[in-house]
Ligand binder design. Structure first.
Ligand code: SAM
Length: 397
């Protein structure tokens, strides 16, 4: 992580603009309950219109400046330039730095790899969509994509080396009908429109026998799968785990307007890496195919994350040191406060919130009592929406 250690000097007077870089304000940590904790500063920075925070804390007799982890941005050269500029303007002697922009690796966009924001805001397809969850080595997904050029495939994976391997194969084999996303499949479904998907493949998911709550299949997942599937669309589980099979049959039986079909040792045209392994060990392979007969309403996500009230920041941070609230499917944890120097009723509140499996950490920016999410609003997942409502309740008290 790029950082500079420099001899202690007065911090820069903010706001200050130098070329394309602006240091907008300096905020200092507020933690009266923890006297031993060292003071930290956050410098709100804008480089070529991209916002992020730099953090400064004492290191021995010096200061250490680096980017704030929560607000880190890409490309990293924007951060390095801002760090260099801060210390240069501060006219301090540099003790150590690793911020030279020498052979920085180009952070390349891959045309098949998409960010989750793309699916929230921009994704549209006239083609039928099919989704593979946890594609692993990608053998099954590549086979399906080649056989069905008129289908738009979406591959979901959380293991980055598997994603890189698939991206390489897509380029090599010139397959253009697959989009890949590095996101937890249990949460991804929320962003897919209703009645648009022909098939969802879940092949050899991790059985999680000791931690069943981590399984892909749950009542919530099946509810979302049925919503996104077209009439006659299918959710296809293939597993070697008798436990997982029984668990899913249980969840999938007696659903309204949906039916299931079960197979044992059915042959497919392509054998995935895991299937190959289990077959060699003589294991049974179970299929449970759920067919949807539902037509669901179009789902509108138009929740407003904006704040239509102000707070008295200075009072708030005096009265709420830190707060963690755990509610059934989501949580809100107010973690830290920073007061903006030389400005009343203004500061930063660091919050971690949302779903337990994929929490988000955000700063709330408070300027003269007016609140907004720093660096933009959270993704509109149902847990983020619920957490935001709770957060507003806490702030408005
Ligand atoms: C046992 S492997 C099976 C891979 C492949 N389907 C096959 O048959 O060879 C399970 C895969 O699911 C991925 N995975 C696990 N949980 C996931 C989740 N919540 N969302 C997306 N992928 C997940 C893992 O990273 C892993 O690659």
């Amino acid at each position: 992580m790029p950082h500079i250690v420099f001899e202690k000097n007065n911090l820069l007077e903010t706001p200050l603009k130098k070329g394309e870089i602006e240091f907008l304000f300096t905020a200092v940590s507020y933690h009266p309950e923890d006297k031993n904790r060292k003071i930290e500063y956050k410098i709100a920075t804008k480089n070529r219109n991209v916002d992020f925070l730099l953090g400064i804390k004492e290191k021995d007799d010096n200061y250490l400046i680096k980017s704030d982890k929560t607000t880190r941005i890409s490309p990293v050269s924007y951060i390095k330039d801002a760090l260099n500029s801060y210390v240069l303007e501060n006219k301090s002697k540099i003790v150590f730095k690793n911020t030279t922009n020498l052979k920085e690796k180009k952070e390349q966009e891959n045309r098949y790899l998409k960010d989750i924001d793309f699916f929230v805001e921009d994704f549209k397809s006239d083609k039928e969509i099919q989704i593979e969850i946890g594609f692993g080595s990608g053998r099954h997904l590549l086979h399906q994509a080649k056989q069905n050029p008129n289908i738009q495939f979406i591959g979901l994976e959380i293991h980055y080396p598997s994603i890189e391997q698939l991206l390489k194969q897509l380029e090599l084999q010139n397959i253009t009908n697959v989009l890949v996303v590095n996101y937890d499949a249990r949460l991804f479904m929320e962003f897919v429109e209703s009645n648009q998907v022909g098939k969802i493949f879940v092949h050899f998911p991790v059985p999680w026998d000791k931690k069943p709550h981590r399984r892909i299949y749950s009542n919530e997942f099946i509810f979302e799968a049925l919503r996104v599937l077209k009439v006659d669309g299918t959710l296809e589980l293939r597993t070697d785990s008798r436990n997982y099979f029984d668990f899913c049959v249980d969840l999938l039986t007696n659903l309204d307007k949906a039916s299931i079909k079960i197979d044992v040792n059915r042959d497919l045209e392509v054998i995935s890496k895991y299937e190959d392994r289990w077959k060699k060990q003589g294991k049974n392979i179970y299929d449970v195919i759920l067919t949807s007969q539902r037509e669901d309403k179009k789902r509108e996500i138009n929740y407003d994350f904006g704040f239509d009230f102000s707070i008295n920041f200075d009072n708030f941070i005096k009265n709420v040191f830190s707060k963690a609230l755990i509610i059934k499917n989501f949580f809100v944890h107010i973690e830290e406060f920073y007061k903006i120097l030389n400005r009343d009723n203004s500061g930063l509140i660091k919050v971690t919130m949302g779903n337990f499996d994929r929490p988000i950490t955000k700063y709330l920016l408070v300027i003269d009592g007016k609140i907004s999410y720093y660096q933009g609003e959270p993704l509109p997942t149902s847990s983020n929406i619920e957490a935001d409502k709770k957060l507003k309740e806490i702030l408005a008290k």
